[in-house]
Ligand binder design. Structure first.
Ligand code: SF4
Ligand code: SF4
Length: 373
């Protein structure tokens, strides 16, 4: 998707419903951030009132709390465990259906690619966009493009919200992915007092912007206010991951005692991989009907923390948590770069927040560097 834009527009906060309506008129189902059961999730948005106006999240290692405030901002809350990855790479998906009249009889196999669906996602954060571009590299631009992923991905229209607030687990500035959306969006919004600076990043976004009208946002003070808000968010982000020579550091320390230390704390629960926007491991298996009349081939998210993930031909090559945690971290921050040319971490901090025992990958790397904790 193009990243250029033809000039910013200004949308009053009270006019945000016009954007939601314009998406519906253009035939999109709109998803956005919605507070549900004490967390932020992606769900259908028909009215601006569905969005999390006034809500704030407080996040720390192993801790996530929401609080309602009087702040009129719609997108003041940062993120939850949910993300846009699952809209293209489904948690569970039937790939193939096989029908058979019975044992020894002929069978018919039918691929089950997804029906095209136009989905607009409102409120996508820069880290999640970077995560989706990573998934694109794996499922669209690698040697074997995936028709199922491609079918879902092409119907997505992405409306980013630049972050003017971060939580304590964020470190996107270390990974060069945020707090401002850089590429991959159709529209990008920055929320300021009273409204939004809106930019288009694709022809579809430009069409929406035209349909939306809105005033030019070119007033120098407004763009200055936007820059101050984005720079302030970046400057306020205290968590850091020192990426200098990181692959070599990890490759040279595969026997470091810290791996034993983290293995004593890690439950191997796989939460970190389930919330990660870049993790792409999956398993495929056949689920036959008990009466022998058919089977379905299913693809499901998998995790390198699952013991069976390393089970081959009667042996398990990562039997201990120590090897599984090391595999996860070294792949994310080192061998991913050899494989795909970029880091496997976008600095969203979700794995830190949602780890039940608060394991923090930035702290683990610092320990391997020998930095004082
Ligand atoms: S490894 Fe953690 S911080 Fe990095 S992208 Fe995945 S969930 Fe986010
Ligand atoms: S690092 Fe935390 S979230 Fe990940 S498997 Fe271990 S205990 Fe679970």
């Amino acid at each position: 998707m193009a990243t250029s834009n033809s000039g910013e527009r200004w949308l009053e906060r009270d006019d945000l419903q016009q954007l939601v309506d314009a998406l519906a008129t253009a035939g999109y189902r709109t998803l956005g951030p919605v507070v549900r059961d004490g967390a932020l999730v992606l769900d259908d948005v028909a009215r601006v009132e569905d969005l999390p106006t006034g809500w704030r999240d407080s996040q720390a290692p192993g801790r996530y709390r929401l609080e309602k405030t009087d702040d009129p901002r719609v997108f003041g809350i940062v993120h939850g465990p949910d993300g846009i990855k699952r809209l293209a790479f489904r948690e569970r998906e039937v790939l193939l259906e096989v029908e058979c009249e019975g044992p020894g009889k002929p069978f018919r196999a039918r691929a089950t690619p997804p029906e095209p669906e136009k989905i607009a996602v409102l409120g996508v954060r820069a880290c999640d966009l970077a995560g989706l571009l990573t998934q694109d590299r794996i499922f669209l631009h690698d040697r074997y493009p995936d028709a199922y992923y491609a079918g879902r991905r092409q119907g997505l229209l992405l409306i980013a919200v630049n972050c003017t607030r971060s939580v304590s687990t964020c470190f996107c500035t270390s990974m060069g992915t945020g707090p401002e959306a850089r590429e991959g969006y159709d529209l990008a919004l920055t929320e300021l007092d009273g409204g939004f600076v809106v930019r288009s990043g694709s022809p579809a976004g430009e069409d929406l912007l035209t349909a939306l009208g809105g005033r030019p946002a070119a007033a120098a003070e407004r763009l200055l206010e936007e820059r101050r808000a984005l720079d302030g968010c970046a400057a306020g982000m205290k968590r850091r991951l020192d990426t200098h020579d990181l692959p070599d550091l990890l490759y040279d320390n595969l026997r470091h005692p810290r791996w034993d230390d983290v293995a004593e704390r890690c439950l191997s629960c796989a939460n970190c991989t389930m919330v990660c926007p870049t993790c792409f491991c999956h398993d495929e298996r056949d689920e036959p009907a008990l009466d022998g009349t058919g089977t379905v081939r299913v693809r499901e998210w998998d995790s390198c923390f699952n013991r069976d993930h390393a089970q081959i031909h009667g042996i398990n090559f990562r039997p201990h948590v120590r090897e599984r945690y090391r595999q996860w971290l070294v792949h994310k921050l080192a061998s991913w770069i050899d494989q795909f040319g970029s880091s496997g971490c976008v600095g969203c901090g979700r794995c830190i927040t949602w780890c039940p025992v608060g394991i923090d990958l930035t702290e683990e790397v610092a320990a391997i560097r020998g930095e004082p904790s």
